[in-house]
Design a binder for this molecule. Structure first.
Ligand code: CP
Length: 310
């Protein structure tokens, strides 16, 4: 049995290389179940709570789909309207209640550190589904799965992370993971939205080289993976600062002329204007497949945490 049983997943940094390998290999085996070709009852009788204080489409629904595909059930809320949060109930008390109703808790919250705080108030496993501008570890697992599935390796891949590197939690988690896995990172952002210094320091400490750029056109021909992100409007303290950088990057079909033939373009979604719809029809676009990969990856994680594991 793996060391996942009953475990919290709060930060990608809590997972070792062996843990990540196990999730990816287990996810691959889950694909036939995720597409409905095979059946599983491995989580029959298990209940997952999904507490989403912030909006979500992919993360919440793919967790629900993952539970249903494995014979378990999910319950929860999307937005705190209609819950006792509106009466002033604290996160700690909500978690204390919900642990009595379910076997694991998935939490999305606007405050960085919320999932770690929640985990202090329950013995049930807590999975961080995004905490403010902090981390989004299950997104990273599905991002890693996508790179591994498409490229077969992380080693030596030139991965350009593009857009809002300051507030984007998906790129924070992904940088920590890729720094362990031997990819070469290219950080492309407006000057005001660069990757936080402590994360760059971490990459340096791991002995990896990286580049910082401000124009996607300057790096696209070197990239094996372009990971585009939305400018996180909701995290800007000053709306005028957002207006200065809104629409900074947009991938158009013309820009792909000089790209490597096997370049893949990823995006955690939702997108706004970062990728022109015409790009969807190119062989480079993998972002909808990436979103699907959230189902087998979350199935793998839930099965390892709540079920028999691999
Ligand atoms: N990628 C992602 O977290 O999407 P949602 O906000 O729709 O869950």
């Amino acid at each position: 049995m793996s060391g996942f049983r009953g475990r919290d997943v709060l930060s990608i940094r809590d997972l070792s290389r062996a843990d990540i390998d196990l999730v990816l290999r287990t996810a691959k085996k889950m694909v036939p179940i995720a597409v409905g070709e095979k059946r599983s009852r491995s989580l029959e009788g298990k209940i997952l709570s999904t507490l989403f204080y912030e909006p979500s489409t992919r993360t919440r629904l793919s967790f629900e789909s993952a539970m249903a595909r494995l014979g378990g059930r999910a319950l929860g809320f999307s937005g705190s309207e209609g819950t006792s949060v509106q009466k002033g109930e604290s996160l700690a008390d909500t978690v204390r209640m919900v642990e009595a109703y379910s076997d694991a808790i998935v939490l999305r919250h606007s405050h960085e550190g919320a999932a770690r705080l929640a985990a202090e108030f329950t013995d049930k496993p807590v999975i961080n589904a995004g905490d403010g501008a902090g981390q989004h570890p299950t997104q990273t697992l599905l991002d890693l799965y996508t790179i591994w599935d498409e490229k077969g390796t992380f080693e030596g891949q030139n991965v350009a992370l593009v857009g809002d590197l300051k507030y984007g939690r998906t790129v924070h988690s992904l940088t920590y993971a890729l720094a362990e896995l031997g990819s070469h990172l290219i950080f492309v952002s407006p000057e005001t939205l660069e990757m936080p210094r402590e994360i760059l320091e971490h990459v340096k400490e791991r002995g990896l080289s990286f580049r910082v750029a401000h124009r996607l056109e300057d790096v696209i021909r070197d990239a094996d993976v372009v990971y585009a992100t939305r400018i996180q409007k909701e995290r800007f303290p000053d709306p005028q600062e957002y207006e200065k950088v809104a629409g900074s990057y947009r991938i158009e079909v013309d820009m792909l002329r000089d790209a490597k033939r096997d370049l893949i373009i990823m995006h955690p979604l939702p997108r706004t204007t970062e990728i022109a719809p015409e790009v969807d029809r190119t062989k480079h676009a993998v972002y909808f497949k990436q979103a699907f990969n959230g189902v087998p990856v979350r199935m793998a994680l839930l099965d390892l945490i709540l079920g028999g594991g691999a």
